[in-house]
Ligand binder design. Structure first.
Ligand code: ZN
Length: 122
């Protein structure tokens, strides 16, 4: 499994989410969206739903999880991850497995993205 590619994929998705966080609001329940007799206005500065901040916090928390996983995995060659006995000599096999599976789960919501690889599917 190409872990560096998986991590790069996740970081790219998070950067994209962070870039549009300002415009993620709780639908019509947020004051960023206002209807007037003359029409509709959108101003993210009027946000009172908190969704942009929650999206940014989600991005930051996910980045930290990814960093922890990358730290655990180090420079291991995991090209044969998933094959029987692949981690039998690794004293950190449980931590490595946990890190890989967390990364795969983090990527799952983006499975429809054209850069997603089926080998990452948990
Ligand atoms: Zn809002």
């Amino acid at each position: 499994m190409d872990i560096p590619a998986l991590i790069a994929f996740l970081r790219a998705r998070l950067a994209a989410l962070e870039a549009r966080a300002e415009h993620l609001h709780d639908g019509e329940g947020c004051s960023a969206h206002s209807e007037f007799s003359w029409g509709y206005e959108y101003d993210p500065q009027d946000c009172d739903c908190g969704e942009p901040d929650r999206a940014r916090a989600h991005v930051e928390a996910t980045r930290r999880r990814i960093d922890w996983c990358a730290e655990v995995l180090g420079r291991r060659d995991l090209s044969n991850y998933g094959q029987f006995g692949a981690l039998k000599d690794d004293p950190d096999a449980l931590a490595v497995t946990l890190a890989v599976e967390i990364l795969r789960l983090e990527a799952l919501p983006y499975a429809s993205h054209y850069d997603y690889r089926e080998e990452w599917r948990p």
